[in-house]
Design a binder for this molecule. Structure first.
Ligand SMILES: Nc1ncnc2c1ncn2[C@@H]1O[C@H](COP(=O)(O)OP(=O)(O)OP(=O)(O)O)[C@@H](O)[C@H]1O
Length: 278
């Protein structure tokens, strides 16, 4: 079990000198930060600060112009994410959700969670016809995938919607399903891009509890999972984050525990500046 070998307080992700240029625009400028294992780290900042670009570099959606992104796995091995393509990054243990929901709307809720585990199922058959022939390895992997899906449906309060089309769920439930889907891949690091966007206060409160439970490994029987999130809802950020990293105009302007960051004059100035411009 990976959880047993995890050292509390050690780094799972280290971003060093991360730089992303789009033509003449320096969207991310030599940003450094780390995510501690078993923690929730929030990436915040005014609109256009570079948060999603950092995320896209970590998850392989963009190849950074410069810098390093190192993922340290529970077994101590290190993956240099800036060199990998997105599917290899997912295989290395990084799962993500998007600002705009990306589910298979016509498939059922359960099917969405099984598709997320297709790699594991394919491996069980050696990527061959074994599945059709009902080989026992495949059967065992399939049963395991269903059990994992059910665990996450329960954790996200979606069990009674398992057979409904994902697209038929209310918005807040679709957001939870996205998180369940990401968690079904068994990630070491869960990256969430504005998970509270569009949620009502009760749903936001449930989300905060779910994320804390994912971090602590109490949402299901799975190991604790480190979380990196972009979030505009400061109530959630201040309540659940262990560490906050603040970007403005592509640069890191502050980092630290929520209480420290909240009273940082650079942070206050960056947010006030945004209000003045609005
Ligand atoms: N693919 C792209 N091509 C060109 N410019 C881009 C691209 N993606 C982002 N940018 C620019 O990079 C800067 C940072 O954008 P980014 O989306 O990372 O900010 P953000 O902090 O996530 O903002 P928001 O809170 O509004 O989502 C912006 O000026 C944006 O216009």
């Amino acid at each position: 079990m990976s959880g047993a070998t995890e050292e509390a307080g050690s780094e799972i992700l280290r971003v060093e000198g991360l730089t992303m240029r789009f033509g003449g625009l320096l969207a991310v400028d030599a940003v450094d930060f780390a995510v501690q294992r078993g923690s929730i780290t929030a990436l915040i900042g005014p609109n256009g600060a570079g948060k999603t670009t950092v995320f896209n570099c970590i998850t392989g959606f963009y190849r950074p112009t410069g810098g390093r992104i190192r993922l340290r796995r529970a077994d101590g091995s290190v993956a240099e994410l800036q060199r990998l393509k997105d599917h290899s990054i997912a295989r290395a243990g990084v799962a993500r959700t998007f600002q705009n929901i990306r589910l298979f709307a016509g498939m059922t809720v359960l099917e969405n969670l099984l598709i997320a585990q297709h790699l594991k199922l394919q491996k069980a058959t050696g990527f061959g016809i074994g599945a059709m022939l009902g080989l026992s390895g495949y059967k065992a992997a399939e049963a395991e995938a269903i059990a994992k899906a059910v665990d996450w449906l329960r954790a996200t309060n979606l069990l009674d919607r398992a057979d409904d089309a994902a697209g038929a769920l209310p918005y807040g439930a679709q957001r939870r399903l996205e998180i369940a889907r990401a968690m079904c891949t068994g990630p070491a690091l869960l990256c969430l891009d504005e998970p509270a966007a569009g949620l009502n206060p009760r749903e936001s409160d449930d989300l905060a509890k779910l994320l804390a439970a994912i971090r602590d490994g109490t949402a299901t029987a799975s190991a604790p999972t480190s979380v990196l999130l972009i979030e505009h809802d400061m109530g959630i950020v201040m309540r659940i984050s262990d560490q906050v990293v603040v970007l403005d105009h592509g640069r890191k302007i502050a980092e630290g525990p929520p209480a420290t960051v909240r009273s940082d004059r650079h942070v206050i100035a960056a947010y006030l500046g945004e209000e003045e411009e609005a």
